[in-house]
Design a protein around this ligand. Structure first.
Ligand SMILES: Nc1ncnc2c1ncn2[C@@H]1O[C@H](COP(=O)(O)OP(=O)(O)OP(=O)(O)O)[C@@H](O)[C@H]1O
Ligand SMILES: [Mg+2]
Length: 466
């Protein structure tokens, strides 16, 4: 089980050195952190396969850190290690989903064994989930809201343009990977390969050889030559996920490849022609990143020849009931609990929730409800109890823990517009005047926020910047 990328958190420099040496010898990639702050920073930056976590840390408590991770919906597999292995901490850690508990002093053999078993288990579970998902579902993009109809049309059009690069943007869980796959499958390249590279999951120094391949001896550890993703994706599509996380030096190299349509392997001289369409995805604001210097504007231009923006789930709430019914059907079948239903009230509760994690969050929520609900019919009360604590507003306030700022602001805007419209007797013109907004801007806001109040006065929507 080499290859896995681990984060080891311990305050003892000696332990960090010994552990990381032993683990690297086994073929693991290892990052270390001496405390909670550094560990949290690293976890923000990269998706690790596993976390090895000490409990007593100089700047905090490992259990508290794990609690925060779980509250933020980070389900990274975790093994806890501690010198003061009280039953109490072990129980707490297990409740937070720690997969094993190792007592210090650590035995390297035992650690390696536990690691290997844990990673096997995690991988097997992921594969099982994947298979289950595939069995019941063919990757269809669901949703009948106007925004989704428009999205499907854009996908079809982008697919037809065989060589134009596409940039897919959208918040986490909106279905960027799904869209990338749909573009490939509907394109003339469908018979060719679809290759994927997640720029956030691969360490910066490895991205180059992942993309372009390398020749034997190109760097330590490169014993054999290897084709990179671009070569493998030849005559097909390369999906560059989280492209906003690509390190600067790589951005320059990628730009050159997109311009010249040829690559060179790392440590190799031959120039190789490639015929690849790049579909890139990001949940970052790349335009903002170009103005702060974090992303090359010329690369941005090359990538977003055809931009596709996926709307958030809360901007198309009318899709929530159908998506819910679909996921309900799917997961109840997969879990041998056929016939699970949801009351209309329960659907209303779901439709009112903000879903910062978008469709993925909805899907996971339904899965948990199906597995854990004692009855065949899920009611509003149950749904409410499964929504994160954060779904409940603090008394009178607008702030809610763990909800992104963007979502909070959108919700505040939505409330303001609804109240204003009511105040001005549902007259769009009066509302715009009262709020000192351009009428076209008000309409645009309404659409962006997924509000569908029909103005009573039957006013036509004005043209842009009237
Ligand atoms: N319109 C949709 N119809 C059906 N399923 C969807 C839809 N959108 C997303 N999903 C499902 O939600 C989950 C998340 O989708 P996906 O991985 O494509 O999102 P993403 O935008 O790439 O997220 P992230 O930014 O976190 O990588 C997947 O299980 C996907 O099948
Ligand atoms: Mg994704």
């Amino acid at each position: 089980m080499g290859n896995a990328h681990l984060l080891v958190v311990d305050d003892e420099p000696n332990i960090l050195t010994t552990l990381s040496t032993a683990l690297r010898l086994e073929g693991y990639s290892v990052d270390v952190a001496g405390g909670v702050r550094v560990a949290e920073e690293k976890l923000q930056k990269r998706a690790y396969d596993l976390l090895l976590l000490d409990i007593a840390l100089p700047d905090g408590d490992g259990i508290d850190m794990l609690t925060r991770l779980r509250a933020a919906r980070n389900e990274i597999p975790c093994i806890v290690m501690s010198g003061h292995g009280t039953i109490d901490t072990a129980v707490k850690a297990t409740r937070l989903g720690a997969l094993d508990f190792l007592e210090k002093p650590l035995s390297t053999d035992r650690l390696l064994l536990v690691l290997d078993n844990t990673l096997r288990l995690v991988r097997a579970e992921a594969e099982a989930r994947e298979l289950k998902a595939q069995a019941g579902w063919d990757g269809e993009i669901l949703g009948d809201s106007p925004a989704m109809l428009q999205l499907r049309e854009r996908i079809a059009r982008a697919a037809k343009a065989k060589d134009a690069n596409v940039l897919v943007t959208g918040e986490r869980g909106t279905g960027k990977e799904l869209v990338a796959r749909a573009i490939h499958l509907q394109s003339p390249r469908a018979k060719g390969p679809l290759e994927k590279l997640n720029c956030a999951a691969v360490p910066g120094e490895l991205i180059e050889s992942e993309l372009f391949g390398h020749e034997a001896g190109a760097f330590t550890g490169a014993t054999k030559s290897r084709r990179g993703k671009f070569e493998r994706a030849n005559r097909g599509t390369l999906f560059l996920d989280e492209v906003g996380d690509m390190p600067m030096p790589m951005q320059a190299k990628l730009l050159r490849v997109l311009q010249e349509r040829e690559i060179e392997r790392v440590g190799g001289g031959d120039v190789i022609k490639i015929d690849v369409r790049v579909v890139a995805a990001t949940n970052r604001d790349l335009v903002a990143a170009t103005s702060t210097g974090a992303f090359r504007p010329d690369l941005y231009d090359r990538l977003h020849v055809l931009p596709i923006e996926i709307p958030t789930l809360r901007a198309r709430r009318e899709d929530i009931p159908n998506l819910t019914r679909h996921f309900l059907e799917l997961t109840s079948r997969a879990n041998d609990r056929r016939g699970m239903k949801m009351t209309d009230d329960a659907l209303d509760v779901l439709s009112g929730y903000s879903f910062p994690g978008n469709v993925r969050e909805l899907k996971n929520l339904i899965e948990r409800l199906v597995i854990l609900s004692p009855d065949e019919t899920i009611d509003a009360e149950q749904v409410r109890s499964f929504l994160p604590q954060a779904g409940v507003p603090a008394a009178g306030g607008l702030f809610r823990a763990t909800v992104p700022f963007r979502v909070l602001v959108e919700e505040a805007e939505r409330t303001i517009l609804q109240e204003a419209l009511k105040h001005y007797g549902n007259q769009m013109a009066a509302t715009a005047r009262g709020l000192d907004l351009e009428r076209s801007h008000l309409y645009k806001k309404f659409r962006a926020l997924g509000l569908r109040e029909k103005p009573k006065d039957g006013e036509d929507e004005p043209l842009e910047s009237s």
